[in-house]
Design a protein around this ligand. Structure first.
Ligand code: F6P
Length: 400
């Protein structure tokens, strides 16, 4: 049965941020997930630039227009779920009990499970940061002077505050995220998926940070195009680790994570940073093919080569792993990176970095086995409220 997550919260409380992160996480795990944002429906039905009076609960025509937008979004969500969606996220303020009852009744009619995610902020500085970081850039205020936009938006929030009712009904399933994760309260999360969702939000940290990825320097196995193994670096690889140390000399990173394999540990050895070696970051296990070249796999195990070509994401090497297995294994690493405060460098392997990169750069899961993560290239991902900005740095020596 499909699940619908219904966002609840005043404007500028981080609902859209939470919803988008959730889509990224659940899609990365292989679930068909989509956000339905009522604001987008309202913008296309009533225009983007409506004054705060539009949101006044005493303004009947505004209330009607908002209800129509809410209805259109909910119906589109239901149709999408009918096509086989796993999780839909209904992103709106849903700020009164009456509105939530209406949503629940419609979802019950359709036979979908429903849970609420409520963002509450008592810390005013979080609200102010949200207004500055996201709302002023929204189409609602395009071309409007900053102070005028802020004043209007504060009045809009006040309209919602005048009718806001936090969720209290303990018969419903809900997760309350208070002050951007300072406190999480969970009620009736009675399924595996909901417990995963609750754990994920517990690990979210909205502070912006920079994440760096690098594959290990070229290894001896790389020079022979052999997969897996635990070979040390080649001569080129040893030069790369000097380049890497120079590159990070002036970057404010605090720690580096590597796998437990020689080539990543050696690659990080010249970095004067706190180190953590994770088995979960070890390269995809190629099972019976470990230590072979791709040509040898083709020759000795043509069936394996063909099956992997046909479904590289799902195909599991005999006695080894598939990309899907790797994604599953990396979930705790994702949680730890999300929790981590401060900038971080991860030195790992091709398949591992493909899976991590797919999550952070928001790439479709199916693309994961083919993403380009070249040797001797540092990838920088700077988190922004709704995504990240990427830069790549090719360091010497460059190899083909
Ligand atoms: O070739 C280097 C390597 O890290 C191997 O150890 C690993 O099996 C491979 O890349 C993963 O890439 P692909 O899934 O494209 O074979």
């Amino acid at each position: 049965m499909g699940l619908v997550l219904v966002m609840v919260g005043l404007p500028a409380r981080g609902k859209t941020y939470t919803a988008r992160k959730m889509v990224r996480y659940l899609s990365w795990k292989g679930m068909k997930t989509k956000v339905f944002n009522v604001g987008n429906f309202r913008r296309s039905m009533s225009g983007a630039q409506v004054p705060h009076e539009f949101f006044d609960p005493h303004n009947e025509s505004g209330m009607n227009a908002r209800k129509q937008a809410a209805k259109a979004a909910l119906e589109e969500l239901c149709s999408w779920m009918d096509t086989g969606g796993d999780v839909a996220i209904y992103d709106a303020t849903n700020s009164t009990q009456k509105r939530r009852t209406w949503v629940v009744e419609r979802l019950q009619e359709k036979g979908f499970e429903c849970a609420f995610l409520e963002n509450l902020c008592f810390d005013k500085s979080i609200v102010e940061a949200n207004i500055a970081q996201t709302k002023l850039g929204s189409p609602d205020y395009a071309g409007i002077r900053t102070q005028q936009a802020i004043d209007d938006f504060r009045k809009r929030i006040a309209h919602y505050e005048s009718v806001y009712e936090p969720i209290e009904d303990t018969k419903l399933r809900w997760i309350k995220i208070i002050d951007a994760g300072r406190q999480i309260i969970v009620n009736r999360c009675d399924s595996y998926l909901l417990s995963k969702i609750a754990t994920f939000v517990m690990n979210l940290n909205i502070r912006p940070k920079t994440l760096w990825f690098s594959r290990h320097g070229q290894s001896q196995f790389n020079t022979e195009e052999r997969v897996g193994g635990d070979s040390p670096l080649s001569v080129n690889g040893e030069v790369y680790i000097e380049s890497l140390a120079r590159f990070f000399e002036d970057k404010p990173i605090e720690q580096v994570w590597t796998s437990t394999l020689k080539r990543t540990i050696q690659t990080a050895s010249m970095l004067p940073l706190k180190k953590r070696h994770w088995k979960k970051l070890d390269e995809i296990n190629a099972g019976v093919c470990d230590g072979f070249t791709y040509d040898e796999i083709q020759e000795k195990y043509p069936d394996i080569a063909a099956s992997r070509r046909a479904d590289k994401l799902g195909y599991r090497y005999p006695q080894g792993e598939s990309y899907e297995d790797v994604i599953e294994r990396l979930e705790p690493v994702i949680f730890e990176i999300e929790r981590n405060e401060g900038d971080l460098l991860v030195v790992a392997h091709q398949a591992i970095l493909r899976a991590l990169y797919a999550y952070f750069a928001n790439r479709p899961r199916e693309d994961c086995p083919y993403l380009s993560i070249p040797l001797h290239t540092v990838i920088q991902l700077q988190s922004q409220t709704y995504g990240c900005v990427e830069m790549r740095f090719a360091l010497p020596p460059q190899i083909d």
